[in-house]
Design a binder for this molecule. Structure first.
Ligand code: E4P
Length: 213
């Protein structure tokens, strides 16, 4: 499973990218709104740094509007992936983008059938939202497992991005469930490093080194 970072904050992207573990970036309108910047300028900055997929979400709700917006966004850099919501209009747009060779990430996936339809429309990625499912008492990881099983049975190449990640346990479970990618907030990426025995081990090694004869 690969890691994407889920943010539009340049400082977080730079710091995470330096770690060598980040293969892509996902943004959404809420994350961009926090930044108080030009979306286009920010996408230029991100794509100049990160060579992998950078998801940019369309705002229009009709297929024609999504296609118009998506084509403009796709011109910013070759590694832009157009993020489209899981609606009938969204899938029409995905179908058009697929014919034009523009990569898409179908977002707000909450059921296996939605993921299957998105894949059949030509989506490059589907994003099931784990945390938001957990919030309403359903199991987000189970959904990833089901989608991965269906895609494997039917030889579907669309990649599964485990999204709405809230804590380190989601990462391990999504990897075991067959997600190809997890898109992770910066805070959770840093939590992945933490283990008391690592800290204790470093302290003991340093003490022994400093007290050597
Ligand atoms: C995915 O691409 C979305 O940007 C994101 O994971 C949503 O997460 P949230 O439920 O924490 O807002």
């Amino acid at each position: 499973m690969k890691f994407f970072i889920d943010t539009a904050n340049m400082n977080e992207i730079e710091k995470a990218y330096e770690l060598g573990i980040i293969s892509g970036v996902t943004t959404n309108p809420s994350l961009v709104a926090k930044e108080n910047i030009s979306f286009e300028e920010r996408l230029k900055e991100i794509t100049a740094l990160v060579p992998g997929s950078v998801s940019a979400e369309v705002i229009a709700l009709d297929a024609e509007g999504m296609v118009k917006e998506g084509r403009q966004l796709a011109k910013i850099a070759p590694n832009i992936t157009i993020k489209v919501p899981m609606t009938p209009e969204g899938l029409k747009a995905v179908h058009t983008f697929a014919k034009e060779g523009i990569k898409t990430n179908v977002t707000l996936i909450f059921s296996a059938n939605q993921a299957l339809m998105a894949a059949r429309a030509g989506a490059s990625y589907v994003s099931p939202f784990l945390g938001r499912l957990d919030d309403i008492g359903q199991n987000g990881v189970d959904l990833v497992r089901t989608i991965a099983e269906i895609f494997a049975i039917h030889g579907i190449n669309t990649e599964i991005i485990a999204a709405s990640i809230r804590h380190p346990q989601h990462i391990t479970e999504a990897a075991l469930a067959g997600a190809h990618i997890a898109t992770v907030p910066y805070k959770v990426i840093m939590q992945l490093f933490q283990h008391p025995l690592t800290d204790k081990g470093i302290e003991a090694f340093l003490n022994d080194w400093n007290n050597r004869k």
